[in-house]
Every structure is written in structure tokens, then in C-alpha cells.
Design a protein around this ligand. Structure first.
Ligand code: NOJ
Length: 746
């Protein structure tokens, strides 16, 4: 250490020891040791403006056929101390190589963070997030992120760009596949479970990943469901429906937040000081760092809010955005902005401190190679236990949409099963969007899974019939001939995995291509037909659902898709998934969601003669399949709803009977309607659920306790509290099928 550095070190140590931490009590994961604090302040006092701008810069690694590669200029930036983090670089050897450049070749030896889109698994790929949400199983969701974190950290990573917690009511938007669906209350629970899963209770452990709540804010509400498009909504809607899941991540201790691409009311998030500083930090107490989305500072020029990249860099930094993903705007312009006194050293230091703190929270100063452990890389990835859990999770994520005449499960007497359809033997499509380091070659296709399930008891034959998304019907005849040979048909239909996800929006969300026609042709053979659907968004299934077929929604199940689905088809697992996003009848109904408002002229289904009500001339107001909906191989009947109000709580009890002939799980859902509010309230709002296993023939009492505070909502002054008065409580099997009772809360 030079003399100056020593002096700095002592001064800083003194300051830190003498000045007590003003920070509020935070979860363990956020506590920094005194030596970390000293280290950070010492570094700050030693860094050049270029090195500071470097810490605020995140660069992309690419892959070519022989493995991961970083552009030569990025390699130089690492050596020059001008890169704070790298994304899309993993495997122990590669991460170690890059980290070594940072901690051995750069002047200040500051370790890099390594980020990646670990969205639904790293090597073992789990069902896509919307599918996971349909399991209504918070423990399983948390566990899947725990496994993802174990695998990702075993390959050098320490930061994930997840969870995506954007609420969306528009299935045209391709990124609904990455979220939890349309409901804010459920979205918050899932958001917190994901953060807990990634981060565990100690970010310094070598198998926990720093989470990044995204895309802050309201990225899920682009106009017309088109990705990156403008978002514009009332402040009450923003507070009530869109912001809470990000807040849930912050409360769960998420270490970072990603700014969204979109604008809200004319200000792009990346330049939105109110959002990034006033709300996120001052009101919510977030003490981590904010990263941009991919080059979103540069995009401020396209948005028409910045003159050039320099102006954009200034606006983003001033707003409270700490790290520039891939745009180089901080690196290229910050020193200049500092010279011109457009930004103060304190503003830059604040952002750099947050990045260095994140590195300290991850334990990188202690050991920069903490996540580079060859033996973990060999032993902790795609283990039998991890794959077993993935298979289980697939079966939990399936939603049975239709099952006329108990077509499913496949009867034991079936001798020949024909699997027909473009997704019948696809491994590639099973991964879904954002499949991290998942490899499609390791996926179990539907055909693989059903064949294993059938063993030597049944013959399984296969024909494609048509492609996913074109108009070629030349394969229909062969498919019909094959169906005629079988005594049971599984039709594997849906989207390709590239039809949802980022930049994958659709205006027609039916089953693509000629697949409905293929289904019609197969149904004409008179064989029992079970449709297995693969897709990344709710589809408009009106035509398919009008056919006498069973429909099992399986989304994209990941590595173990085929085995998990086969477990449901065979009846080994009784499906219990419930939709977390409404399936409309057609695109014209969008946005369609269960928690809409009553309006001044609500439609009375019993009075169809009344014309001047809120309705369509050509379509019902109701969805095809509502939020919370999903069938079982058994039946549940609800009775005996009892509600009681005491001084602070509403207690609700109901009897749920399994009246069918097999054991089954049911997601018992609690909804509330506030009859008269200071602002209009939705016709129903989810306030609780319980997933219970009920044995055949048995009845289970299910009860809920609802504190009055859970009735609170945002008022015009943007304060959250509840209004006394009458509430209707609904308990049932979906948002549309419930028992109800009325209560008064004073
Ligand atoms: C853009 C996406 O919007 C974001 O979700 C993702 O994390 C980044 N690219 C990095 O891949």
C-alpha cells in the first residue's frame, strides 16, 4: 500500500467505526462487515473517474461454436479496470479466466460480478414462469429458484436477471410467459418466493445468486400488447396493480432492480427520477443497485427525451440508475460530465458505492473465485434429485382445461396410442423462452415421456401431421391413417417456444397455422382425443374447445416436460393447476382479466334484452377459461360458507368435499369485493388461497383469516387504507365459480 492509500484507509476506518450506521435494520444478506465498508471507501477514494465509470458498466459475453467469447475490447476494458460486471459468461474455467484478468491485471483488482438470465432454471430447465405460477405452489416455486441458484453458482455466476414480476393483462405481449400472470396479490407472493429461492438467507454463501427484480416499472402494460411500446396509466392503477410485486421483491431483500425499457406517462423508466429515487429508494428503502435494461440509456435518444448519448447518460445517472447494461454511455461520457460539472462526484460515488457494496454482499472481495469451484460444477448440476423435482414441477404446472367424458387419464385398457401433431416429438420447443444454459438435447419430448410411461403395455406411434405455423396440409392424410390404427390419440398442438418471450408478440393468439384443422380431421376418426397444448401465453382456444376433446395446458415444461406430462396423462398425478391468466374467447376481448370494474352499466346475464349495457354485439363478455380455473380428475363440491367479523379480522370457513373417485388436490380460492369504495373497486380480488389434498370421499374444512388491512386500497391521494362498509366474500374453485357471503366491516 502506498502512503496515501494507507492514510485513506485509516481515515475511512475511523469514519466508519465512529459514525454509527444510519441504515434501517435489513435482512442478513444486506449487512456489510466493517472491513467491507473500509475497503469500499478506500477504493472510492483511490479510483479515477474512468475506473468509477467502469464499475458502472456491464458488458456482454457471447458464445460461438467453441464456447464463450468476449469481444477483444471488453477484455481490454477488464484489464484497464473499466468493467464492473459481465453477463452471459459462465462455466468455471471461463469465469475464472475473466475474473483473473480483473483481480490480477487491473490496477485496483476489483472483482467482476457475473450475471445471466437464469429465469426458469440454469441447466435443469423448469416450466416457464407462467406455468410455474399455475401450480399455485409457492414452496415449489422457491425450490426451483434454489436449484437454479445452486446450478448457476456452480458454473461461476453470482447474479441473475430475475425474477420478472411484471403484471400483465394482455396475452398478445410475448413476455407473459416470463411472469406470474395477471393478479397482483398472487404476483407479490410469487415474487417474494423467487427472491428467497435465489438469494437464500445468505448472499455470501457460494450457492446463492443475487436477484434482480424486473422490469421496473409496468413493463407488462405496453399499449396494444406490443413489446417495448408506450405505457400510460393512471397513478392509482400503477400503485394498485403494477408496482406491488416490485415492492415485494425489495421487501424480500432483492439485491438489484432492472429499469424497464418503457416510458410511463412520458418519462422512460431509465430517466425517471421519481421512480428510481423517490419511490424505490426513499419510499421503499431499497438499498441495492439499479441496472438498466439492454442499452436502455442509449434508447433515451429514440424515446425523444435525450439529445445524444451524453445527455442520456446524464439523465439516467441523475435519475438514480447505477449500472449501464451494454450501452457504454457511462464509460464514454461520465468523466466528461464530471469535468463539465454536470454531475457531482458525490452522485457518481453514490452509484459506485452501491456496485461495490453488491460485490461485498456476494463475498467477492473476500474471495473473487467463490463461485468458481470445479467440483461443484461437476456434482451439483442436473443431479437425479434436481431432475426428479423438475418432473414433479411439470406435472404440478399443467392445467386441465376440458375433459368431456373423462377422456383423461388414459384408460388402462388402451393398447395403441397415436401421438399426432407438430409438437409430439419436439425436444427443442420444450425449453420455452430464456432457457439459460439448458440444452434441448437433454429434454424429454412428449413422445419420449409417453413411451416410457407405456412401457410394454401399450404401443406408441407417431405422426407429425403439420408444422406449427404454416399452411401445409400435406401431412394430414398420414396423420388420419395413423389415428385410425390407434385406440387413443394424443394431439400435441401449440406454439413454438419462439412465439412467446421477448420481442415475440402476436395479434392473433389462436392455435397457429393449420393445427385446428388437423384437430378437426383427427376428431372425425371418432377416436378419443386428448389435446396436449404447448404455449407461452393464454391462447384463444374457442375453435379447439368446441371439439369433443380433452385439453391439457402444459405450457413449456423444460428439461423434464415429457415425463411430467406423461405422469398427468397416465393419471399417476391428478392435475391441480389453475390458470393465473384469463383465456379470452378472441383477441377482441383483450385486455380481459377477472378483476375488472363493474361499470355504471354492467351486463346482467339474466336480462339479455337490455341493449345499453357494457357488452359486445358479437361476443360474450365472459372469458373462455377464467382466472383461477382448472379441472381435476376428481370433483370437488363446496358448501357451508361461514363468515365472521371481529375487531380486526374476517374469518372465513368452508367445507370442500372430494366427491369423485380418486384423491386430488384443490386450490381453494378466496376473493373479496368491496361494495362501496371511495374509488371504484374490482368485482372480485384474490385475497388468499390454500392448496389442499383431499382424499376421495372425504370432506375438508378450509379456513382463512383476513385482517382488515388486507382490504386496503389506494385512494386518490395515493395513500393505502380501507373503507368501512359492506364486503362480499367469495370462496371457490375459480374466480367464476364460488360460494358467496356478505359482511359488514365497521
Ligand atoms: C433484455 C431483456 O428485456 C431483459 O429481461 C434481460 O435481462 C436483458 N435483455 C439481458 O439479457
Amino acid at each position: 500500500m502506498q502512503y496515501n492509500e494507507k492514510l485513506n484507509f485509516l481515515l475511512v476506518a475511523l469514519l466508519i467505526l465512529v459514525v454509527p450506521a444510519i441504515q434501517a435494520q435489513k435482512p442478513v444478506v444486506h449487512e456489510l462487515s466493517t472491513s467491507d465498508k473500509v475497503k469500499i471507501e478506500t477504493l472510492l477514494s483511490t479510483m479515477t473517474p474512468d475506473e468509477k465509470a467502469g464499475q458502472l458498466s456491464l458488458f456482454l459475453s457471447g458464445w460461438d461454436t467453441t464456447g464463450p467469447v468476449l469481444r477483444a475490447d471488453y477484455l481490454n476494458l477488464i484489464k484497464e479496470g473499466k468493467a464492473g460486471a459481465i453477463f452471459n459468461a459462465y462455466t468455471v474455467d471461463y469465469v475464472r479466466k475473466l475474473q483473473r484478468m480483473a483481480v490480477e491485471e487491473s490496477r485496483l483488482k476489483i472483482p467482476l460480478m457475473f450475471g445471466y438470465d437464469v429465469i426458469h432454471g440454469h441447466r435443469t430447465i423448469f416450466p416457464i414462469p407462467i406455468a410455474q405460477a399455475c401450480s399455485w405452489d409457492l414452496t415449489a416455486i422457491e425450490k426451483s429458484e434454489r436449484i437454479a441458484a445452486v446450478e448457476a453458482t456452480a458454473e461461476g455466476l453470482n447474479w441473475t436477471f430475475a425474477p420478472m414480476v411484471d403484471i400483465s393483462r394482455d396475452p398478445r405481449w410475448g413476455r407473459v410467459s416470463e411472469g406470474a400472470g395477471e393478479d397482483t396479490w398472487l404476483g407479490c407472493k410469487i415474487a417474494a418466493a423467487r427472491v428467497r429461492g435465489f438469494q437464500g438467507d445468505d448472499l455470501r454463501a457460494n450457492n446463492t445468486l443475487m436477484a434482480c427484480a424486473k422490469h421496473f416499472a409496468a413493463y407488462g402494460a405496453p399499449q396494444a400488447g406490443r413489446d417495448y411500446n408506450t405505457v400510460d396509466m393512471s397513478m392509482i392503477s400503477l400503485y394498485e396493480w403494477y408496482l406491488p410485486p416490485y415492492k415485494a421483491c425489495v421487501d424480500a431483500g432483492a439485491g438489484s432492480v432492472m429499469a424497464s425499457f418503457n416510458e410511463i406517462a412520458g418519462i422512460p423508466s431509465t430517466a425517471n427520477k421519481w421512480l428510481m429515487t423517490d419511490l424505490l429508494r426513499k419510499e421503499w428503502g431499497f438499498d441495492g443497485f439499479v441496472v438498466t435494461d439492454y442499452a436502455s440509456i442509449n434508447e433515451l435518444v429514440n424515446h425523444g427525451i435525450a439529445e445524444d448519448f451524453k445527455d442520456a447518460a446524464w439523465q439516467a445517472l441523475d435519475a438514480g440508475v447505477d449500472m449501464d447494461m451494454q450501452g457504454s454511455t457511462y464509460l464514454n461520457h461520465m468523466p466528461e460530465l464530471l469535468n463539465e460539472k454536470k454531475i457531482t462526484p458525490a452522485t457518481i460515488d453514490h452509484a459506485v458505492r452501491l456496485i461495490l457494496e453488491a460485490k461485498a454482499k456476494l463475498g467477492l472481495f473476500e474471495d473473487p473465485y467463490r463461485y468458481c469451484n470445479k467440483s461443484r460444477e461437476k456434482k451439483e448440476v442436473m443431479t437425479a434429485d434436481q431432475l426428479d423435482f423438475a418432473r414433479h414441477f411439470v406435472s404440478q404446472s399443467c392445467v386441465l382445461l376440458k375433459n368431456p367424458g373423462q377422456i383423461l387419464p388414459i384408460p388402462a385398457k388402451v393398447k395403441t396410442i397415436a401421438i399426432i401433431g407438430p409438437l409430439g416429438d419436439s425436444r427443442k420447443e420444450m425449453l420455452g423462452s430464456w432457457s439459460a444454459a439448458g440444452s434441448w438435447e437433454k429434454c424429454v419430448s412428449l413422445f419420449d415421456g409417453v413411451k416410457k410411461m407405456a412401457g410394454d403395455k401399450m404401443e406408441v406411434i407417431l405422426e407429425k401431421g403439420c408444422n406449427i405455423n404454416d399452411y401445409d396440409k400435406s401431412g394430414f392424410d398420414a396423420a388420419v391413417r395413423l389415428a385410425a390404427k390407434a385406440d387413443y390419440v394424443i394431439l400435441a398442438l401449440g406454439e413454438s417456444c419462439g412465439m412467446s418471450g421477448e420481442a415475440a408478440c402476436r395479434t392473433s393468439i389462436g392455435v397457429p397455422g393449420v393445427q385446428n384443422d388437423l384437430a378437426e380431421a383427427i376428431v372425425k376418426t371418432g377416436k378419443p382425443v386428448a389435446v396436449v397444448l404447448f404455449n407461452g401465453r393464454p391462447l384463444a382456444l374457442t375453435k379447439l374447445a368446441s371439439m369433443p376433446v380433452a385439453i391439457l395446458e402444459t405450457w413449456f415444461g423444460g428439461t423434464e416436460a415429457g415425463d411430467g406430462i406423461a405422469d398427468v396423462l397416465s393419471g399417476k398425478v391428478n392435475p391441480a393447476g389453475k390458470l393465473t391468466m384469463t383465456f379470452p374467447r378472441n383477441e377482441g376481448q383483450i385486455p380481459l382479466f377477472y378483476n375488472g370494474k363493474n361499470t355504471g352499466r354492467p351486463l346482467d346475464p339474466a336480462d339479455t334484452a337490455d341493449e345499453y349495457v357494457s357488452r359486445y354485439l358479437d361476443c360474450s363478455n365472459d372469458p373462455l377459461f377464467p382466472f383461477g380455473y382448472g379441472l381435476s380428475y376428481t370433483r370437488f363440491s363446496y358448501s357451508g360458507l361461514v363468515t365472521k367479523v371481529d375487531d380486526h379480522n374476517i374469518s372465513i370457513a368452508v367445507q370442500v368435499a372430494n366427491t369423485g373417485d380418486r384423491d386430488g388436490e384443490e386450490v381453494v380460492q378466496l376473493y373479496v369485493r368491496d361494495k362501496v369504495g371511495t374509488v371504484t373497486r374490482p368485482v372480485k380480488e384474490l385475497k388468499g388461497f390454500q392448496k389442499v389434498l383431499i382424499k376421495k370421499g372425504e370432506t375438508q374444512a378450509v379456513s382463512f383469516n383476513l385482517p382488515f388491512d388486507d382490504l386496503a386500497f389506494y385512494h386518490p391521494d395515493l395513500k393505502k387504507y380501507w373503507d368501512p362498509g359492506e364486503f362480499v366474500v367469495y370462496v371457490g374453485t375459480s374466480s367464476a365459480e364460488t360460494l358467496s357471503g356478505s359482511i359488514t366491516v365497521k
